[in-house]
Ligand binder design. Structure first.
Ligand code: HEM
Length: 401
């Protein structure tokens, strides 16, 4: 049946952020393609079944270039920073996306990522050294946040002294309960910071990703100033918000499944498969980033009209029992390939190899270093951040001995 008349908008439960998968499971069964209004007031269509999510992520009729295709004539953004920061891969369609992605891929090579392993191990060891004498710590503050932010900052060439500021900025930028003014302030500060950094790197290039991005050339083409700044913004936000939550939520998942944790401790060769399963199971992102229709598009028997926003709910797809048997169970040995935690199609995560590397090193070191690792508070007291996109804990207090 094709349902083209606007169906009822689903109400989000008040505790949506605390347990989004429960809501998505209900939608998969009842209304796999449905409309919702998010807490920030945004109106979206949610796609929740695995097959529909994968098809939608590969569908060129679901677009991302809202500045080019949705902007009303004559509309100008109130803040220059908005335009600059939005000109990144996640807000572009082919051919612009193809052109930009090709240039970034040239700088963000597999060799550059593989070469980072010793440095990721060293940062991990020094962060764990720093807490080894403590009885308990907030694992996010002490480890899950500083590891990826240090790695991506070093990769980009951001001085250590400036790294702390990014947490506050990017927290605001991904929050669903932030005011517009707060968003613009954080975005403008980031934009100013990156503009200065690019100017400095132009003057004195170094062996880092920003210098490589400045230098990247493809058939005479290169990134212009706005594209460079926007790319750095994307890499920084995408490069730590997500990996922090893979490490923190992944650790919580292991602590909640002691038999699986013991199995991984006893068999470190399981780490690569374990990271895939943890990605599938914990989903650092609830859903892929926004897409919109430019013509009516049928998904799962429902016709979404033109000029509507669509969220492909990757976390729901990864828990769809029609694709993954016993999907709500953590099973580190399972074949989790085909999960969509890194997306699918042309926007597939550019940082996936780096995230996998950081996950393997982090879980391996944490488990071998702290044999008595345990939650320091009742699990029911843990709170998830109020972000629609990011699925991450506010804090993760753990006992280390
Ligand atoms: C566990 C960690 C990570 C997860 C779960 C994750 C997830 C994702 C997902 C789902 C997308 C596709 C979004 C969409 O189609 O709307 C994506 C894209 C992207 N990610 Fe990641 N990511 C992670 C880590 C990273 C890291 C470490 C970096 C960079 C250093 C990064 C950089 C990017 C970029 C640049 C894109 C845009 C690609 C494009 O539009 O062509 N990500 N990521």
């Amino acid at each position: 049946m094709t349902e083209s008349a606007a169906p009822a908008t689903e109400e989000l439960p008040s505790e949506y952020f605390q347990d989004p998968l429960r809501f998505f499971a209900r939608m998969r069964d009842k209304r796999p393609v449905t409309r919702v209004t998010l807490p920030d007031g945004g109106r979206y269509w949610l796609v929740t079944r695995y097959a529909d999510v994968r098809a939608a992520l590969a569908d060129p009729r679901l677009c991302k270039d809202w500045m080019g295709k949705l902007k009303p004539p004559g509309w100008e953004p109130a803040h220059q920073a908005t335009t600059f920061l939005n000109m990144n891969l996640l807000n572009l369609d082919p051919p612009d996306h193809t052109r930009l992605r090709r240039l970034v891929v040239k700088a963000f090579t597999a060799r550059r990522v593989a070469g980072l392993r010793p440095r990721v191990e060293a940062i991990t060891a020094s962060l764990l050294d720093a807490v080894a004498g403590h009885d308990s710590v907030d694992l996010i503050e002490a480890f899950a946040f500083p590891l990826p932010v240090t790695v991506i900052s070093e990769l980009l060439g951001i001085p250590a002294a400036d790294q702390g500021r990014f947490r506050a900025w990017s927290n605001v930028v991904v929050s669903s309960v932030t005011s517009q003014e707060e968003w613009f302030t954080a975005a403008t500060e980031m934009y100013t910071y990156f503009t200065d950094l690019v100017a400095r790197k132009r003057q004195s290039p170094a062996d880092d990703l920003v210098s490589a991005l400045i230098e990247a050339r493809d058939a005479g083409d290169s990134l212009d100033e706005r594209e460079l700044i926007s790319m750095m913004f994307l890499l920084l936000v995408a490069g730590h918000e997500t990996t922090t939550n893979l490490i923190a939520s992944g650790t919580l998942a292991l602590l909640s499944s002691p038999a699986e944790m013991a199995r991984l401790r006893g068999d470190p060769a399981l780490l690569p498969a374990a990271v895939e399963e943890l990605l599938r199971y914990v989903n650092p992102l609830n859903h892929a980033t926004d897409r919109f229709t430019v013509e009516p598009v049928e998904i799962g028997g429902v016709t979404i009209p033109a000029r509507e926003w669509v969220l492909c709910v990757t976390s729901s797809a990864n828990h769809d029992p029609s694709r993954f048997a016993d999907a709500d169970r953590l099973e580190l040995g399972r074949d989790a390939s085909g999960h969509v935690a890194f997306g699918h199609g042309i926007h597939y995560c550019l940082g996936a190899p780096l995230a996998r590397l950081e996950g393997e090193v982090a879980f391996g070191a944490l488990l071998s270093r702290f044999p008595s690792l345990a939650l320091a508070v009742p699990e029911s007291s843990l709170r998830w951040r109020p972000s629609s996109l990011i699925h991450g804990l506010e804090t993760l207090p753990v006992r280390l001995r």
